[in-house]
Design a protein around this ligand. Structure first.
Ligand code: NDP
Length: 447
């Protein structure tokens, strides 16, 4: 139930942002947690502070023309939503996927603002992307698209203004083409303008692994509150992209048995454990599908086309593909099969009904805002290294990441306790993130 002070704010968000259901969902989820905050701190309900947090500072939409390999002109739409810069330069990834619309980018930018606040680092929130579909495109087509995209984006970003990174469909290859075009246009080697860069051109060690590793650290912290660990647990991870692969790697390193992963066509189950070398070969080098992985592995790996990975009985689930991929029905199946912990590697992968089902069943539930913040936190470490023209070792960087994730876990845990909901990480993450941004927004006046 929404607090009566917050109801008109939400009604206004619905009215002013029609047909942006994912954005509505993300705002609603945060507002649902804020009732107790405005009761305790009425000052946060004044000066249209919450309304300002729901309105992006700037929304940029642009045409991206490019020429495909058959010499045809293609037109895509580019977006950058600069949501909130009270804590630092806008920071958040770029997503290339045919489903991208303004509402998608707004939901991601809104989430990002609170996530970034939760890390304790000096970064604001933003997000961007395009409805471009990289699947099946040649390397040259990807390069021409990225160059055209950056030709417009360049005027809106900068190391002190807005620092994009990767997300779905945007990895090191795409970031390389975009950084190259930015460098060419500006005649500056401004390393800090993008993060997720390759190691030899200004990237940070551990950035590739960071979101997945961080999500596992977060779940590990949650498990410890109940004297449990990954050791010997059956783990399922949806997706097979950047976040999923490194989630699997760290979960296995902590003793978990990762038995299933997926892509948008289906999932694969391998009872003795997914072989990460083969998976990486298929996904990172051949840019193939999990069905190719199953073929390579032989009869031990079973591929289920169009199936629901959440039907596989497991102790720990890490949804790491995309928003709303785990429904209320999926959550009930997982609960029935004895799930003990869920950590969101993706952004908003569980529907509100699924989240409720987990909380009602007393399943440890780590929301994306907290659990997947390791990626952006390591991006902020990359910015630090770029600013000081330094490059840290893997061990140093991973130790910083681990410390940051433990810090986020503690902040969520303590905040949930303070507001009378011990163990509710959704409430803890929303309130802790909100409070930090709100303090800064208040301090900076009406701007
Ligand atoms: P990738 O592009 O590397 O991988 C995405 C994976 O999810 C692929 O396996 C893809 O399968 C699957 N997927 C994507 N869209 C859909 C869909 N509509 N339905 C089913 N499956 C889908 O992206 P990332 O791993 O970088 O990102 C995954 C999630 O993690 C996203 O929610 C992202 O916002 C979030 N995230 C990423 C961070 C990062 O550092 N990269 C940081 C924090 C959050 P297919 O190949 O079939 O499309």
């Amino acid at each position: 139930m929404l607090d009566e002070k917050l109801e008109p704010i939400y009604a206004d968000v619905l009215r002013r942002n029609p047909e942006e259901s994912e954005f509505h969902q993300a705002v609603r989820e945060v507002l649902d947690s804020l009732g107790a905050v405005v009761a305790k701190h009425p000052e946060y309900a004044e000066g249209a502070l919450i309304e300002r947090l729901c309105e992006p500072e700037r929304q940029i939409i642009f045409r991206v023309p490019w020429v495909d390999d058959k010499n045809r002109v293609q037109i895509n739409r580019g977006f950058r939503v600069q949501f909130n810069s009270a804590l630092g330069p806008y920071k958040g990834g770029l997503r290339f996927h045919p489903s991208v619309m303004l509402g998608t980018i707004k939901f991601l930018g809104f989430e990002q603002t609170f996530k970034n606040a939760l890390t304790g680092m000096p970064i604001g929130g933003g997000k961007g992307g395009s409805d471009f579909d990289p699947k099946g495109r040649s390397d040259n087509e990807i390069m021409r698209f990225c160059q055209s995209f950056m030709t417009e984006l360049a005027r809106h970003i900068g190391e002190y203004t807005d620092v994009p990174a990767g997300d779905i469909g945007v990895g090191q290859r795409e970031l390389g083409y975009m950084f190259g075009q930015y460098k060419r246009m500006t005649n500056r080697y401004e390393s800090g303008v993008l993060t997720g860069k390759g190691l030899v051109w200004g990237g940070s060690r551990v950035r590739t692994e960071a979101t997945g590793y961080g999500a596992v650290y977060f779940v590990d912290c949650m498990l410890r509150t109940r004297n449990q660990s990954f050791d010997g647990k059956r783990v399922i991870v949806s997706g097979s992209g950047n976040v999923a692969v490194y989630t699997m790697q760290k979960a296995a390193a902590l003793g978990g048995r990762v038995i299933a992963c997926s892509d948008s066509n289906g999932y694969v189950v391998e009872e003795k454990g997914i072989d990460l070398d083969t998976l990486k070969e298929v996904k990172e080098r051949r840019r193939g599908r999990v069905s190719d992985y199953a073929k390579l592995r032989g009869p031990g790996a079973v591929y289920i086309p169009n199936g629901r990975i959440w039907d596989v009985p497991a102790d720990i689930a890490m949804p790491s593909a995309t928003q709303n991929e785990l429904t209320g029905q999926d959550a009930r199946t997982l609960v029935k099969n004895g799930i003990i912990a869920v950590g969101e590697g993706a952004n908003m992968p569980c529907t509100p009904e699924a989240v409720r089902a987990f909380l009602d069943a007393n399943v440890l539930f780590g929301p994306g805002k907290a659990a997947n913040a390791g990626g952006v936190a390591t991006s902020a470490l990359e910015m630090q290294q770029n600013a000081s023209r330094d490059s840290w070792s893997f061990e140093t960087t991973e130790a910083r990441l681990r410390e940051i994730m433990y810090g986020i876990h503690d902040r969520c845990e303590k905040t949930a306790e303070e507001y009378g909901a011990p163990g509710n990480y959704v409430l803890g993450a929303n309130i802790a993130g909100f409070t930090r941004v709100a303090e800064a927004v208040r301090a900076l006046g009406v701007i």
